[in-house]
Design a protein around this ligand. Structure first.
Ligand SMILES: *Cc1c(COP(=O)(O)O)cnc(C)c1O
Length: 237
């Protein structure tokens, strides 16, 4: 914890927001792209600092880590806004039960099987879970996500499912040539949106991380997920 400097974190958030606003303006992104703080490996006392900057969206990668930290997060209302927590990591079907109650959105849905388990538990807990479909836009073996070709059919299958509301797409593109992949994501996103599938709002396009968020904004991202850019380099992965 000694390595975290509150002043630096505040300054990082300020600069990132400035860059986002500038990119929105420059590239005509009217979405007013939201900044998410990705919390992996960061102690909860440090994560809580972001609320003081009016940043009320957290991204969680690992179920175990989240369960150990959530009690320490200051998730009460701040200035009339309750912080939201999205799950953005690879999610095993048998772990959905641990997060179904207090996660606000699952951004990493990449199979019908996982979606069905989310629906089963959400329905049992009287809630509707917002989800994004994670797309493996670069076709990389090492990454989760469905293929671009399978995305529309998965979304069409999920549209009528009562415990789930499909809000859009998420991706982690290959680290190089992000323009190409963000462009493909934007195309896929708009194609699905233009279909006006009933029950599918397509209002969230989650893409962009520390090294490429400005580029993601350029291609219409509505939420960028930033970890190291806010908290500094992680000491372990
Ligand atoms: C870690 C992570 C991020 C943030 O990555 P940084 O490079 O630290 O900004 C964003 N999205 C996902 C899914 C992640 O796992």
């Amino acid at each position: 914890m000694d390595n975290y400097c509150p002043e630096t974190i505040r300054e990082n958030i300020r600069v990132i927001r400035e860059n986002i606003a500038e990119a929105c303006e420059k590239y005509g992104n009217e979405k007013n792209t939201e900044l998410m703080a990705v919390t992996k490996t960061v102690p909860p006392e440090i994560v809580n600092l972001v609320f003081g900057e009016g940043l009320y969206l957290l991204g969680e990668n690992r179920v175990q880590e989240y369960l150990g930290k959530r009690e320490s997060y200051d998730l009460k209302e701040h200035d009339g806004i309750v912080p939201q927590v999205h799950f953005i990591g690879n999610l095993q079907t048998n772990k959905v039960k641990y997060i179904i109650d207090d996660i606000d959105m699952i951004q990493s849905v990449d199979s019908l099987k996982l979606a069905q388990e989310i629906n089963r538990l959400a329905s049992a807990h009287n809630k509707i879970m917002d989800v994004l479909c994670e797309v493996n836009i670069g076709g990389e073996d090492t990454k989760g996500g469905i293929t671009p070709a399978d995305t529309i059919s998965l979304i069409e299958q999920l549209a009528p499912v009562e415990g789930i509301r499909v809000r859009g797409l998420m991706t982690i593109p290959p680290p190089v040539d992000s323009d190409v992949y963000f462009g493909r994501m934007a195309e896929l996103f708009n194609k699905i949106k233009d279909r006006n599938i009933e029950g599918v709002s397509m209002d969230v396009l989650s893409m962009g991380m520390t090294h490429d968020y400005v580029n993601a904004v350029k291609f219409g991202s509505t939420v960028v997920r930033v970890g190291t850019g806010i908290f500094g380099r992680r000491t372990y992965i």
